[in-house]
Design a protein around this ligand. Structure first.
Ligand code: APR
Ligand code: ZN
Ligand code: ZN
Length: 394
């Protein structure tokens, strides 16, 4: 099979010449937990049936990539691997049977796919998909159980979260790729791939925040601030932001948080403070830090009788919920939200349009931009709590 060399400046014209051929390009390969990602040449296979090969133009790092890269959960340690799930790009070629996309289309990968055919996809009440739901253990393509990436020595390189976007080219099941308008600004569309859709959708779809309601958001990273943006755009009258990083609290205030709490500066549990300032508790609380103690505080901060806590944070080493069953008889509810309860393929194009029309302020989430070659620095920025999203340019 012909193998051709690509460089990062290739344009749409030569993309079509690559169809049906293996592509050699650069990717950031993870070789072990916490080891700096290695930018190296890899080979990317042609897309198989119902798969799409994408030229990634922008990608960013979400906390889930950070946790997986650190290898906190032993069961997820599969190497070599290409991480990354927040991105945007252009279709280079499509596999047999793909009818809703063609070379040149602008697309956003989604880690929580929508096949359109399974019992979940056919249900109006869930955005799970039997075949393409989030599965941190999945590291090969659904079609044939093989990878579409190899090292130059011909060793397989494994996939991550249905997407693997830390690569100039990637192959993704078409169920996990959403086509957006040609005039949609791809750089900001990157944020819809995970963080912003996850947080904003949790406020809009999962919680269905109502005008005049009170909200507490625990953890003001990109996901938490997207919840803030969702609550603000729905007309919540009070948005309490909780974070241990004071810079995040200031950023939150600039984006619509009305009250800030730094647990490290408080001499009582956060839930007591929140219940004190919100007439017995908030209508909605959101856990966006990925910490079970924080989840308990969020739960107890919600109002008895009707308070709803939405869990968004990912717990790297799963434990059971920090609740006594009797506490659920106080009328508080708790629910998890994946990808903001958006059905990706069918609902994201409309959400992208709303973003283009300014319903959501996407630019505020981009705090840094770097060339792809500096991906390790972008990881450091997120680890140090300095960035919301650092957009990497490929
Ligand atoms: N209390 C309050 N805030 C906390 C705490 C704590 N104990 N611990 C951490 N935080 C804050 C951090 O200071 C940071 O601002 O939580 C925020 C997390 O933000 P990011 O690291 O930017 O992560 P993000 O990409 O927003 O993801 C948040 O959602 O999708 C999941 O896996 C993801 O668990 C992660 C969460
Ligand atoms: Zn993510
Ligand atoms: Zn499905």
């Amino acid at each position: 099979m012909a193998i051709i060399q690509m460089n990062t400046t290739s344009n749409s014209k030569n993309m079509t010449t690559t169809a049906g051929k293996v592509i050699t390009c650069k990717a950031a390969v993870a070789w072990g937990p916490g080891q700096p990602l290695a930018i190296e040449e890899i080979q990317v296979d042609i897309p198989q049936k119902m798969e799409v090969r994408i030229k990634i133009l922008f990608t960013s790092i979400c906390h889930t990539d950070l946790g997986a890269w650190q290898g906190k959960n032993e069961a997820q340690r599969v190497y070599p691997r290409i991480f990354g799930h927040e991105a945007s790009g252009v279709v280079e070629s499509v596999g047999e049977g793909v009818e809703d996309m063609k070379a040149g289309d602008h697309v956003v990968p989604i880690f929580n796919g929508e096949c359109g055919d399974c019992v979940f996809c056919k249900s109006k009440t869930s955005n799970l998909c039997k075949k393409f739901r989030v599965d941190p253990f999945k590291s090969v393509m659904a079609n044939d159980g093989r990878t579409r990436f190899w090292t130059k020595q011909g060793e397989p390189i494994y996939h991550f979260l249905n997407t693997s976007t830390f690569s100039e080219y990637t192959v993704i099941d078409s169920a996990c790729v959403v086509k957006v308008d040609h005039d949609a600004p791809l750089k900001t569309m990157t944020l819809l791939s995970c963080g912003v859709s996850t947080g904003l959708g949790a406020a809009w779809n999962t919680a269905d925040v109502q005008p005049g309601s009170s909200v507490a958001v625990f953890g003001l990273g990109a996901v938490g601030l997207a919840v803030v943006e969702g609550a603000r755009s729905r007309g919540a009258s009070r948005i309490i932001g909780v974070d241990i990083n004071s810079e995040k609290l200031s950023r939150g205030e600039a984006m619509g948080v009305t009250d800030v709490i730094n647990p490290l500066e408080l001499n009582k549990p956060v839930h007591e403070e929140i219940r004190g300032i919100s007439e017995g508790g908030v209508d909605f609380s959101f856990e966006c830090a990925g910490n079970l103690d924080v989840l308990r505080e969020a739960f107890l901060s919600s109002h008895e009788g009707w308070g709803l806590t939405v869990l968004l944070g990912i717990h790297q080493t799963p434990k059971t919920l920090p609740l006594h069953p009797m506490e659920l008889f106080d009328g508080r509810r708790i629910i998890g939200s994946v990808f903001g309860d958006f059905k990706g393929k069918s609902q994201l194009p409309e959400f992208a349009k709303q973003c283009m029309h300014g319903t959501v302020k996407l630019n505020d989430f981009i705090t840094h931009e770097l060339p792809f070659s500096e991906i390790n620095q972008a990881f450091q920025l997120l680890m140090d709590g300095k960035s919301l999203r650092c957009i990497l340019h490929l």
